[in-house]
Design a protein around this ligand. Structure first.
Ligand code: NAG
Ligand code: NAG
Ligand code: NAG
Length: 179
């Protein structure tokens, strides 16, 4: 009897754990199918780092995980930009671009915060527009470097990752709205 009980507990525990981790897989899979900018492996590997992703029981829980991941990305990108700006021999055009990117990412962080609050208040329209505004930072930052010949963006990977994290946040919000 005792062994049977333990087996039952272990079985249900495993069942719950596997159902939970499926939420991330299923949500990332659906997001990747609906948006060519989203890569399934990137989605799973970047979000599973957050312990909240493992305990997520619905895609709504994952919205917070995605926005939080994007927010910490914006902060890290800000530090990378500061480091690049400390280079004294940086060319003026590149410096101006980086200063602009720094401001864009600082604003993006605020947009994400407002977006997360709006989502928690079920104001999906505001959540959408705030996160879309944050997403634009990545594109705007990347595009400026292309406007002058011979200048190469030092932030291509960072802009691409951040863009994708905001795209994932938007896709998840869209999935919550459709339920
Ligand atoms: C999630 O997807 C990956 C890749 O398709 C797979 O290897 C893994 O077993 C899946 N995890 C769960 C819990 O379904
Ligand atoms: C942004 O997030 C992605 C996915 O988690 C990660 O691979 C990348 O290193 C992060 N970028 C920075 C600058 O922290
Ligand atoms: C500083 O900027 C110059 C000019 O763009 C570049 O050649 C050099 O590699 C940079 N130094 C560092 C440490 O990034």
């Amino acid at each position: 009897m005792k062994n049977y009980l333990i087996s039952c507990i272990v079985f249900f525990h495993l069942l719950i754990v596997s159902v939970r981790s499926d939420v991330l897989n299923d949500s990332c899979s659906q997001a990747a199918k609906g948006d060519p900018n989203i890569n399934f492996d990137f989605c799973v590997s970047s979000l599973q780092v957050d312990p909240k992703a493992k305990s997520a029981t619905s895609v709504a829980d994952l919205v917070d995980v995605a926005i939080d991941t994007a927010m910490s990305n914006a902060t890290s990108i800000g530090s990378i930009i500061s480091k690049l700006l400390s280079n004294k021999s940086l060319e003026q055009y590149a410096r101006t671009c980086l200063e602009d990117c720094s401001e864009l990412y600082s604003d993006a962080g605020s947009n994400l915060k407002s977006g997360e609050q709006a989502f928690e208040g079920k104001d999906y329209g505001t959540a959408n527009s705030e996160i879309s505004a944050a997403m634009d930072a990545a594109d705007t930052c990347e595009e400026q470097f292309k406007e002058k010949e011979g200048v190469v963006s030092p932030l291509t990977k960072e802009n691409g990752d951040f863009f994708q994290l905001t795209a994932i946040s938007l896709a998840f919000i869209n999935m919550v709205q459709k339920r």
